[in-house]
Design a protein around this ligand. Structure first.
Ligand SMILES: C[C@H]1O[C@H](OP(=O)(O)OP(=O)(O)OC[C@H]2O[C@@H](n3cnc4c(=O)[nH]c(N)nc43)[C@H](O)[C@@H]2O)[C@@H](O)[C@@H](O)C1=O
Length: 319
């Protein structure tokens, strides 16, 4: 049975990726800075990605066939407040994994998660040929990570995979991201049984959102594929304005909701429209999205309405 080691397993995507690999018969191991709750039955080792000795020890003890790194500063907004930390975690952290992996006798496959935020603004749907020219600290860190991955792949003959996912969401995503934030605020008003006010940022932005379950399926298919030099876009191929998605979420409630624009939620730069062209991964690996984002939004909203506070129950991950 192939062994997969996931760094950043305690985060939102980690839980879904674990489930994806377990469902496909892999033996999954997890590592994170803190054990903030990981699926039962998954071996866990605490390690700080910025501690190269700890990272190397985890990898040499487990001897994985594959490593996926999900540990990152993942919020574009946060990256403007803490650009140094963003570069450090997202780039030095990746380098610590690369350095440890290249020292193993049996070199594992390694996968790094990039982002649509690496691309320059584009009027057209973004394919993999679109110029990379990030306009925020987070995107720059992901470009740097990808460049290191390419150089290590070529210089040390390692199987290093990179992928560029577009925005994604699902039950359990933190509410500093836009869609859980909107769902949580609207659900709280609904639960209160009276009219209320919600705070929003730039509703004119148009983004291409995919369900996290489609995203993790793409990650697995990519790291299972044979050509690690291909970097695939993963997204839905359709952009919605945040205004339209907010209107949909508000329509799930029976209360009167007032929308207030909070200038603090705006960023120094916000690309107006981002749409994914996923033809390459569809043609070469047969991946395409299966979930519809409005169904995902309903699940997130209902999660906040119920007792789960938007968190998926751990029992679903009892392997
Ligand atoms: C592809 C990319 O996807 C994500 O990027 P993000 O920008 O951090 O995501 P977000 O959900 O914070 O913002 C999305 C959009 O929504 C707008 N927006 C409006 N109103 C609010 C608002 O009230 N809150 C927030 N957070 N955003 C708002 C905001 O201005 C922006 O245009 C990460 O996973 C990242 O890791 C990644 O790779």
């Amino acid at each position: 049975m192939s062994k997969v080691l996931i760094f950043g397993i305690s985060g939102f995507v980690g839980k879904y990726l674990t489930q994806e690999f377990v469902n496909c018969g892999y033996s999954v191991f997890g590592s994170d800075k803190l054990n903030s709750g990981i699926p039962n039955g998954i071996p866990f080792v605490e390690a700080d990605l910025l501690n190269e000795i700890q990272v190397e020890k985890v990898i040499s003890d487990i001897e994985p066939d594959m490593i996926v790194n999900l540990a990152a500063i993942s919020s574009v907004s946060a990256s403007w407040d803490i650009p140094q930390v963003t570069m450090s975690v997202n780039v030095i952290g990746a380098l610590n994994i690369l350095e440890a992996a290249r020292k193993q006798d049996k070199k594992p496959r390694v996968m790094f998660i990039g982002s649509s935020e690496e691309y320059a603004d584009s009027d057209k749907p973004i394919n993999e040929e679109t110029k990379l020219n990030a306009n925020n600290p987070y995107g720059i860190s992901k470009m740097a990570q990808e460049r290191f991955a390419t150089v290590y792949r070529e210089r040390y003959d390692m199987a290093i995979y990179c992928v560029r996912p577009f925005n994604h969401t699902g039950v359990g995503q933190r509410d500093n991201f836009v869609l859980p934030s909107f769902c949580k605020q609207v659900a709280e008003i609904e639960k209160s049984g009276k009219a209320g006010v919600i705070q929003v940022g730039n509703l004119a932005a148009e983004r291409d959102f995919t369900d996290v379950r489609d995203i993790v399926r793409a990650y697995r298919m990519i790291i299972e594929s044979n050509d690690c030099t291909k970097v695939y876009n993963v997204g839905s191929g359709r952009a919605y304005s945040l205004r339209e998605l907010l209107e949909y979420i508000v329509s799930l409630s029976n209360q009167d909701i007032t929308v207030e624009v909070d200038p603090k939620r705006f960023r120094p730069i916000d690309t107006p429209r981002v749409v994914c062209n996923y033809n390459l991964i569809e043609k070469e690996l047969g991946w395409k999205p299966e979930y519809r984002i409005k169904d995902t939004l309903k699940e997130i909203f209902e999660g906040y309405l119920g007792d789960m506070n938007g968190e998926r129950g751990w029992q679903e991950y009892d392997f």
